[in-house]
Design a binder for this molecule. Sequence first.
Ligand code: PEP
Ligand code: MG
Length: 575
Amino acid sequence: MLKGVAASPGIEIGKVYVLKDQEITINTNIVPQEKVEEEVEKFDSAVKDSHDQLEQIKEKAEKELGKEKGEIFAAHLMILDDNVFLNEVREKIKSNCVTAENSLSQVVDKYVAMFNGMEDEYLKERAADIKDISIRILKNILGLDIKSLAEIDEEVILIAKDLTPSDTAQMNKEMVKAFATDMGGRTSHTAIMARSLEIPAVVGLIDISKKAKDGELVIIDGNKGEVLVNPDDLTLKEYKRLQDEYYHYVDELKKLKDKPCQTKDEKRRVDIAANIGTPKDCEGALNNGAEGIGLYRTEFLYMDRSSLPTEDEQFEAYKAVAVAMSPRPVIIRTLDIGGDKKLSYLEMPNEMNPFLGWRAIRLCLDRKDILKTQLKAILRASHYGKLRVMYPMISNAEEIRKANAVLQEAKDELDKEEVPYDKNLEVGIMVEIPSAAVIADILAKEVDFFSIGTNDLIQYSLAVDRMNEHISYLYEPLHPAVLRLIKNVIDASHEAGKWTGMCGEMAGDLAATPILLGMGLDEFSMSAVSIPRVKKIIRSMTYEDAQEVARKALGMDKPEEIKELVKCFLNKVTN
Ligand code: PEP
Ligand code: MG
């Protein structure tokens, strides 16, 4: 069995089709002066051919995979339109008297090395884009056949060293049932493409393209990231069973997309929402049946850049989310920077305990200019959908009042400028500091809603750094202290006529679902892919049963006991 990175879920069994690398030979001879211009022309014409081919592939990708996936090729086309890059190749041909292909590979090697040397995983992957486009130009220069995966006419499992974005876009989805590659990581385009094609894939297998031969039988397990070449009969039988089971499960989940997230007895309905980091994530949220966005982490708008985003830039992003999700509600969290999330252009103090330091709302109340700009952008965008605003890391009532004063200033300025916004914009807070959970009754008077951030709430209440693997065994969502804090927050909000959601990872953890539901949590917000599973579980239990589980769990003193209780309960309701 070969172990790689699980890039796209599902199990497939089929015949191997190995995509072989074509031999590209680079002529490194010196070109006579009188032929130099010919080489430049050869290069220009290959660039033009590549351009035409890519336009076609882009169109196909947009039609079959959606506009966003076509954008990968827009990036490739931009490389082909980049005069600095093109002139560098032309100049090298002329000044060094080398062939078009030789000059191109030297220039490309330089850029690939530059991108590979970057720390950022995403930028590293962009080296693959440049390599991909250069191979196309090279093949066009040399008049080589550009093999089209669209022509595969029998069902296969595609095995390759790597699959370029143009390979995956051309792939005939009817025939390619799954794929496995030597290269690739979690953020590689190959992995992204596989997920949007919804076919199982395993990447990063190192040498699968050498180990598998055309026509051999292979099993791809995209759930576990495993590949089995030439399995024996017994293994094959077992995987066929697993495959049936998995697809049955997926079919069942799909049926739930537009169904309400309510208990079997219809006595309790909750909102199920997605956590997102960028406007692009709305598509996945909607596809998985999200009824709204329970947490839009706006930090990403501020990262990977050299200065603060302007009000207009932010407005565009928030408006995009408001429009994409409308009429569903979207909770935008104000900047939660600090701790492990730093901004290169914002001077931050060197702190002994950055997680207990100058971060999130504390930073924003010191830098009211940053907060006001963001709030104005959110207010302006609120005119285009149903937005809510949420402050992170609140520890006392005064912080809410101060933040609301900045919100009022932002509103006054917009009123003066006669800019429309939602006058009833709801304001909530993240409950992620134990003090806030304990005084939830006091804070409830200041807000419209709470959203429990268990990722931090657990770390602070149990004094367990959420990123330290040495003490990760102590990071226990089902610790009685955590459950009591959650219960206190929910009860306090209800007593004040308000509601409570949860946007920490615990909201998508099935081991906690019946307890949270039974405690009266009103909204569950999680990564989009977890939504169908949680919805299915909620729909399989009665409200009374969930309340009973919650009551029992709150009376137990050991997390193991609580886990066993939930496990038995889930086994009972799902079988
Ligand atoms: C949390 O703390 O639970 C949360 C959702 O916020 P983040 O993970 O961004 O800190
Ligand atoms: Mg947090």
